[in-house]
Write a protein that binds this ligand. Structure first.
Ligand code: FA5
Length: 359
C-alpha cells in the first residue's frame, strides 16, 4: 500500500469505528465493536502492517503517526463508553437493592374529624338512654319545618330562624332550619306513643359569623309517652351533660321561648373550665375571669321543652293523653366547647394543621 492508500483506509473506516464504539448500548455490542475495529483483524491493524512495507522513511513516519493517533482516539472513545456502561449497570444494580438500614417511612394515619367524634359521642349517649335514630330530608316541606311545629305562616316566630326558601315550582319547600321537623315526621309515622327518637343531620340558616355557619349540624331528641314530665326532661339533660362534658357538671334551665315547646327552656351547664365559679381555670384571662363562660359560670348548650299541645294536634296525637319533651343541640357548638375552638369555620376548612390537633 502507498501512504495515500493507508490514509484513505484510515479515513474511510475511522468515522464508522468511532460511531460504533461510542454508540454501543450494552457491553456485548461494545465488545463486538472493539473486536471489529480495534482487534487483530481490524482496519487499524491492517493499516499498521502496511506501514512497514512503505519504501520512504518519511512516509513510514507519517503513516505510523497517523495510525497511532487514530488508534489512541478510538481507544479513548472505547474506554469512555466502557466506563459509562459500567456506571449505568451499577446504578441499575443499586436501584434493585433495598437498603434495610435506612430509617422507615411512617405511614400517615387518618383520624376522625372532631365534628364526627362529637356527633358519634352524642348519639351514643342518646342511644344508651333509649333514643332510636330517625331521619328526615334536608330539603323539607314548609309544613314539617314550620306549620306542624306551631309556627304559622306570616307569624313573627318565623324570624327566629333565617330561612333559605327553595324555588320548587309553587311547592312550599325550605332547606330545613333545624332537626325539629323530624319530630313531626316521627310522630306522624308512629301514630301512637311511646316514641323515643334521636335525629342527627345538617341544617341551614342565613347566618355567617365566627360562631354561626350557613350550614351546621343539630341533634334532636324527642320522647313522647303518657305522663312524661318536666322532671324527666331535666334528669335526661343532667345525664346527657355529664356524659358529654364532665362528671359533676350542673345543669341550669332558663325560661325561654320556642313555638313548638311549652314551657321552653335554654339549657346551660356549669362551666367545666372554671368549675362554675366564673374565675380561674385553664382559659382564664389576665384578670382571672374565665374566658369560656365570660365569667358567668354557665355555658348555654341547647334549647329544650315540653312538646306543645298544638304540635301533638298537628301530628295527630291527643294532647289530653300524651305528653313529651324535646331538645335540640348544635353539634358544632358542643365541639367548639369541648376542644376550645374559637371559629366555627375551622371545622369545615379541612386544614390538616388544624385537624392534626385532634388525633
Ligand atoms: C332550635 O333550632 C330548636 N329547634 C331547638 C329545640 C329543639 C328547642 C327541640 C326545643 C325543643 P336554636 O335556634 O336555638 O333552636 O338552635 C339550636 C342550637 O343550634 C343553638 O343552641 C346553637 O348551638 C346552634 N346554632 C343555631 N344557629 C347556628 C348556626 N348558624 N351555626 C351553628 N350553630 C347554630
Amino acid at each position: 500500500m502507498t501512504l495515500a492508500e493507508i490514509e484513505s483506509l484510515l479515513d474511510k473506516s475511522f468515522a464508522e469505528a468511532r460511531a460504533a464504539l461510542a454508540g454501543a448500548a450494552n457491553p456485548a455490542a461494545l465488545e463486538a465493536a472493539r473486536v471489529q475495529f480495534l482487534g487483530q483483524k481490524g482496519f487499524l491493524q491492517a493499516a499498521k502492517k502496511s506501514v512497514g512495507q512503505l519504501a520512504s522513511v518519511d512516509d513510514k513516519k507519517k503513516a505510523g503517526k497517523l495510525c497511532n493517533d487514530r488508534d489512541r482516539e478510538l481507544q479513548d472513545v472505547y474506554q469512555a463508553n466502557l466506563d459509562r456502561l459500567a456506571r449505568e449497570a451499577r446504578v441499575a444494580e443499586l436501584a434493585q437493592r433495598q437498603d434495610i438500614t435506612l430509617p422507615g417511612r411512617r405511614s400517615r394515619r387518618g383520624h376522625r374529624h372532631p365534628l364526627s367524634t362529637t356527633c358519634d359521642d352524642i348519639l351514643a349517649v342518646l342511644q344508651g338512654l333509649g333514643f332510636e335514630p330517625a331521619e328526615g330530608p334536608e330539603v323539607e316541606h314548609d309544613f314539617y319545618n314550620f306549620e306542624a311545629l306551631n309556627i304559622p305562616r306570616d307569624h313573627p316566630a318565623r324570624d327566629m330562624q333565617d330561612t333559605f326558601y327553595v324555588d320548587a315550582g309553587g311547592a312550599e319547600v325550605v332547606l330545613r332550619t333545624h332537626t325539629s321537623p323530624v319530630q313531626a315526621r316521627a310522630m306522624l309515622a308512629a301514630g301512637k306513643p311511646p316514641l323515643r327518637v334521636s335525629c342527627f343531620g345538617r341544617v341551614y340558616r342565613k347566618d355567617d359569623d365566627p360562631t354561626h355557619s350557613p350550614m351546621f349540624h343539630q341533634i334532636e331528641g324527642l320522647y313522647v309517652d303518657q305522663n312524661v314530665t318536666f322532671a324527666d326532661l331535666k334528669g335526661t339533660l343532667q345525664l346527657f351533660a355529664e356524659r358529654i362534658f364532665a362528671p359533676g357538671v350542673r345543669v341550669r334551665l332558663r325560661p325561654s321561648f320556642f313555638p313548638f315547646t311549652e314551657p321552653s327552656v335554654e339549657v346551660d351547664i356549669s362551666c367545666f373550665a372554671c368549675g362554675g365559679t366564673g374565675r380561674g381555670g385553664n382559659v382564664a384571662a389576665e384578670d382571672g375571669r374565665c374566658r369560656l363562660c365570660k365569667a358567668t359560670g354557665f355555658i348555654e348548650i341547647m334549647g329544650a321543652g315540653m312538646v306543645d299541645p298544638e304540635v301533638f294536634k298537628a301530628c295527630k296525637l291527643d294532647p289530653d293523653h300524651v305528653t313529651g319533651f324535646a331538645f335540640g343541640i348544635g353539634v358544632e357548638r358542643v365541639a367548639m366547647l369541648r376542644y376550645g375552638i374559637s371559629d366555627i369555620r375551622l371545622l369545615y376548612e379541612n386544614d390538616e394543621r388544624f385537624l392534626a390537633q385532634f388525633p
